[in-house]
Write a protein that binds this ligand. Structure first.
Ligand code: ZN
Length: 430
């Protein structure tokens, strides 16, 4: 496996360093850039987001500019500046790759839902955030499939169109889909759906459960990607849809992953249970290749491997390093751990929101639970259960560090589900 990665890195570097259209990587590595071609993967410097941001888009296009079909930008949802990325024209891209002698060509990055759509014979899809999938719509349209472009701010209209078309797949952000599903259900459009793909933000266990309830005949999957990757990075194992949608295969036809320590940058072995910052390298040429790009996302290697057609290795995303992971005394508080604990509650919760309050004398966690009937008396019991259920280290719970006095007890607020800031309400606030 190690040799394989060295070979893939060599291929990625060759495309990036000997590129006639952009000198981005030659400038980044400096005069000695050629030397990197003969060194180990670990010797290649990381690429970070500020380095990309510092260079104008026109100087970051590694293919003839006529092949760029549209520009996709980061969402700005993490509060950072928005960066544009060139997206390719599918047919021309394949031809171009052949012309520069890059064989084999997977085209995987540019075909988002390939692991599911073909094998499930999906004919008609409801696709939210269609702006980011212009390319996908065009390619699939050529294959005779129908797309409905959904709008979360127009749930009634969208549901009517989708029900009329008997859509058999629905793709969108998990929070948006959970808010939208009741509208489609009201028109009896949910039962025809065979596939639900959650994309964009990381879906919580609660959201996966909700989606399965709304779409009883559907398999639930997730695809993980980031704008910088200009395509997807991981996807739910086709054999684990619904049962374990968080288990991701690597889109290894296009890229390879590494895990590193976010603090030291040290490489970590891709072995069972390893957790670290996800680093990706695209070995298949794309308009802007990524070489050892630090994603800022935290991931964990699953203990089990998979024998389906995907990569043997399975991984799971744990959230953004800066947003979803906080160092606390003797451990790390992650949104994934809060998610697990909330999903384990015996009462029915519709959604939850967690925040960390470091302003007070003693910092602590606040959790808002959205449920049908708020019951103030429940709060204390729930706080206790969650406190004991949230792990910050293998044998250490949040309750343990509360007892030590280093954090305050969890503050729970139960609110009616109508108070949830779903997609439509978010939009109206703008
Ligand atoms: Zn699999």
């Amino acid at each position: 496996m190690k040799e394989k990665i060295e070979t893939l890195m060599h291929r990625a570097l060759t495309f990036a360093l000997h590129n006639p259209h952009s000198d981005f990587y030659r400038r980044k590595y400096g005069a000695e850039f050629e030397a990197l071609l003969s060194q180990s993967v670990a010797a290649v410097p990381f690429l970070t987001r500020p380095e990309i941001e510092a260079v104008p888009l026109r100087s970051r296009v590694f293919v003839p500019q006529t092949m760029v079909r549209f520009i996709r930008s980061t969402s700005g949802s993490t509060g950072k500046n928005v960066i544009g990325f060139p997206m390719l024209e599918e047919g021309l891209y394949q031809e171009y790759l052949k012309s520069i002698g890059h064989v084999p060509v997977s085209g995987q990055l540019s075909r988002y839902f390939e692991p599911y759509f073909s094998s499930m014979n999906i004919k008609s899809q409801l696709l939210f955030s269609a702006g980011s999938f212009v390319h996908e719509v065009r390619v699939r349209g050529m294959e005779g499939r129908m797309f409905i472009s959904g709008d979360f701010t127009q749930p009634k209209l969208t549901a009517r169109l989708a029900a009329e078309a008997q859509v058999d797949a629905v793709v969108g952000s998990p929070s948006g889909l959970v808010s939208f599903a009741p509208f489609l259900k009201a028109l009896d459009g949910c039962r025809a759906v065979r596939l639900v793909v959650a994309v964009g933000e990381l879906a919580t266990t609660l959201q996966f459960t909700k989606l399965q309830e709304f779409f009883p005949n559907a398999k639930i999957a997730s695809q993980y990607g980031l704008t910088e990757s200009q395509g997807f990075v991981g996807y739910t194992c086709p054999e684990k849809m619904s049962s374990d949608p968080k288990a991701f295969h690597v889109a290894e036809g296009s890229l390879f992953i590494e895990l590193i320590s976010p603090e030291t940058g040290e490489s970590l072995p891709l072995t069972a249970g390893t957790e670290g910052e996800l680093v990706i390298t695209t070995h298949e040429p794309q308009a802007f290749p990524l070489i050892r790009y630090r994603t800022g996302d935290f991931a964990r290697i699953r203990s089990e491997t998979c024998s389906c057609e995907g990569s043997p290795l399975l991984f799971e995303c744990m959230g953004r390093l800066t947003l979803d992971r906080i160092r606390v005394p003797r451990g790390v508080l992650t949104i994934a751990a809060v998610d697990q604990a909330v999903a384990g509650l015996s009462i029915e919760i519709k959604e939850f929101a967690a925040s960390w309050d470091a302003a007070g004398e003693v910092p602590g966690l606040s959790i808002t639970l959205y449920m049908d009937e708020g019951d103030g008396e429940l709060d204390e019991a729930i706080a206790k259960t969650l406190s004991e259920g949230i792990k910050i280290a293998p044998a250490l719970s949040y309750a343990d560090i509360v007892a030590e006095g280093s954090v305050r007890p969890i503050v729970i607020e139960c609110r009616p589900v109508e108070a949830w800031i779903g997609w439509s309400k978010k939009k109206r606030l703008l």
